[in-house]
Ligand binder design. Sequence first.
Ligand SMILES: Nc1nc2c(c(=O)[nH]1)N[C@H]1C(S)=C(S)[C@@H](COP(=O)(O)OP(=O)(O)OC[C@H]3O[C@@H](n4cnc5c(=O)[nH]c(N)nc54)[C@H](O)[C@@H]3O)O[C@H]1N2
Ligand SMILES: Nc1nc2c(c(=O)[nH]1)N[C@H]1C(S)=C(S)[C@@H](COP(=O)(O)OP(=O)(O)OC[C@H]3O[C@@H](n4cnc5c(=O)[nH]c(N)nc54)[C@H](O)[C@@H]3O)O[C@H]1N2
Ligand SMILES: [Mo]
Length: 769
Amino acid sequence: MSTSEEREQPTHRVGPVPEGEPSARPYHHPAAGWGAAKSVGRVLAREKQWVDGPRAILRMNHENRGFDCPGCAWPDDTKGLHLDICENGIKHVTWEMTRKRVGREFFAAHTVTELSSWSDFALEDQGRLTEPMVYDPDTDHYVPISWKDAFALFGRVVRELDSPDRAAYYTSGRLGNEATFLYQLMARELGTNNLPDCSNMCHEASGRALTASLGTGKGTVDLKDWEATDALFVMGVNAASNAPRMLTALAAAYDRGAQIVHINPMVEAAATRTIVPHDFTDMALLKATRTGTLNLQVRIGGDMALLRGMAKAVLEQARTDPKALDQEFIDRHTTGFAAYRAVCEATPWEEIERQSGIARADILKAARIYGDADRSIVSWCLGISQHEHGVDTVREIVNLLLLRGNLGREGAGPSPVRGHSNVQGNRTCGVDHRPGGAFLDRLAEVCGIEPPREHGLDTVGTVEAMHRGEVQVFVGMGGNFAMAAPDTPYTWAALRNCALTVQVSTKLNRSHLVHGKQALILPCLGRTEKDQQRGGVQSTSVEDSMSMVHLSVGMKRPASPHLLSEPAVIAGLARAALPDSATPWEWYVEDYDRIRDTMAQVLDGFEDFNRRVRLPLGFRIKQPARELVFRTPSGKAEFSTAPLPDVVPAPGTLALGTLRSHDQWNTTLYSDNDRYRGIRNLRTLVFMNHDDMRDRGIAQFDPVDITATAKDGTTRALRGYLAVPYGLPRGCAAGYMPEMNVLVALCDYSVQSDQPLMKHLKVTIAPAG
Ligand SMILES: Nc1nc2c(c(=O)[nH]1)N[C@H]1C(S)=C(S)[C@@H](COP(=O)(O)OP(=O)(O)OC[C@H]3O[C@@H](n4cnc5c(=O)[nH]c(N)nc54)[C@H](O)[C@@H]3O)O[C@H]1N2
Ligand SMILES: Nc1nc2c(c(=O)[nH]1)N[C@H]1C(S)=C(S)[C@@H](COP(=O)(O)OP(=O)(O)OC[C@H]3O[C@@H](n4cnc5c(=O)[nH]c(N)nc54)[C@H](O)[C@@H]3O)O[C@H]1N2
Ligand SMILES: [Mo]
């Protein structure tokens, strides 16, 4: 294997050109509040959206009369969806609603080679795509193509493949449920389960762990539980930036007297205090509410040890206090308890302290909070899942919850914070490279197709297969694969190796420039836009982090008359590739109720879909684990007994995690600032512990070289990044995605979840050479 240094290294800037000199100053204001309001004003001004922007925001998330916020997957308020908005949701909506357009004149004026030197920010900043384009290799320009010819090109290439497995169909978690269902139907009717998705890089570990422990791939709690719980454990999430509406729930919990423990190597803004953004009195009076009662700065990857320490403490307590455990729950609903107790007893405190980086006394504090609470919720995001031992760690979360019967009752249970607004719905509706047999049987019966039974490729597998030439067609239904996937140069070489790449997108991005021999850009409607079909204005449904399914209806005039909806694009692709298909693709697109009627027959929990999705707040998909019904081999909730992983960095090395700044949405950048971490005008940075910097003779803003060593021994480097001292535990470092994907080797994925190790790179950092 060649080292990445020999491959094409990205040299473009990701964020915008900084507006001034870099600076790093601690942020002393509460999260949200006026800092957020000011930032919203700037965004509305930049996109020239003073009138439409606020109007759209008032229509967001409103009892099935508005559209679902295309931002994060945090659920809507339970009290009738009043104005529960957030700064980053507004940024995201206005990003889609911009008045700027990128039409055929733009593509005529710029070659792909020229555009490749532009920043990712500048590409998206051109505005909304307006018509289908095809790559012309003779001139190195994208040129207009009709929808009919674009579909025909796809159909021709796909029909010529020697196997349906030579194509892969990627989804980013934006896609509505109806389009998702059609998309997986197309792939399976064609004969492949190659359905890589962003979940493969996101919460794959959570899904696998919860399925193994509880027989469900999802969390079991909803917002009402958040409102009723006594203790919240918030792990590995930067909520103020990435799930800002969680701030409201945290503030309310604090006001109610609940305990809130934040477990994170960084003390993030959501761990301290907030001004609830939609509470106008609080805003006017600058009234801040605390959002945390205890902070534990765990070492990167040390969460499992911390959780085991808490469990050990609960078990020690149980020797003298019969109420420490919920023995009745354990006896009736679980299996494997004795083995788990033995593992906890056999794990020495010294090892727990060393691996977690937390002193025993502090672990005992957290354990006491857990032991004193009648009802506890553990919530988590990427800080837990994007690790080698992500599955074991999520299972350890469940172990801890089971000890005190924190499942199947109000105010208790596991609560993963999902990423994209419909990433959970994508899985529910069939985007899964490892589909279950029962689902395929129903799909076969209802849709009259012969779905393939062998597992397909996930994200990492797809990159490998494209590299080897085994996958020759890549379709991206949304997303920005070239930047989101690991090992940037390797992924780019893989995409360039394809015969055809098809990107269905709303805005220009890097994945249009890093393309196959033939390439299509297919522009689609955004969620805010009116979707007019033969049967009238259509709505689509989405599922949030807490399994609530509700309708989303766009109302804005489409950015261009030539845009198609995602279901229409999929139907066009499918008909071209499957001219004799008995699936009524065109008929489905005329009226999405017809798609929903089919989905109701195929998908568990979607009975009577069309009626229930029109209820004022939609409906909640039934959660067997919530009812204490466990679809596990034993029929019970299963304790796990994995040994603690060794996560202590080798001498001289550091553990580095990649994360998002406040002003970005995955690969979409809004600015070079990271307000809550006090950073301005700088993205090419690495946060380091003060003493780790001193040991290496590095001062603030010194340029450094970061070298990552992969599992296979190869190295990847980023040069000239600026060091920023930050309150991180020793041995831990952090920097921004997607820039740092250059450091993530493709072979560095978890053997448990196949997820790239985006939160745990083994690096050395030295003054720039
Ligand atoms: N505005 C905005 N909202 C978003 C997104 C966005 O980019 N912008 N992205 C969406 C998506 S797809 C997702 S998946 C989510 C992501 O939401 P997050 O999970 O918050 O995403 P990251 O920025 O990667 O931050 C990871 C957090 O985990 C912490 N962490 C890192 N390593 C560890 C560890 O070993 N243990 C613990 N306990 N913590 C650790 C980091 O300090 C950081 O606070 O947000 C979604 N919402
Ligand atoms: N190093 C590192 N890498 C990571 C992560 C990390 O923490 N660290 N996080 C991973 C995670 S959690 C995720 S989820 C992935 C995200 O990976 P992706 O989902 O692939 O990336 P996004 O940046 O969310 O995709 C943005 C693009 O989506 C398109 N888009 C926006 N709205 C729509 C729409 O309505 N329809 C369609 N068809 N297209 C639309 C736009 O063209 C835009 O350019 O990245 C992963 N990559
Ligand atoms: Mo994600």
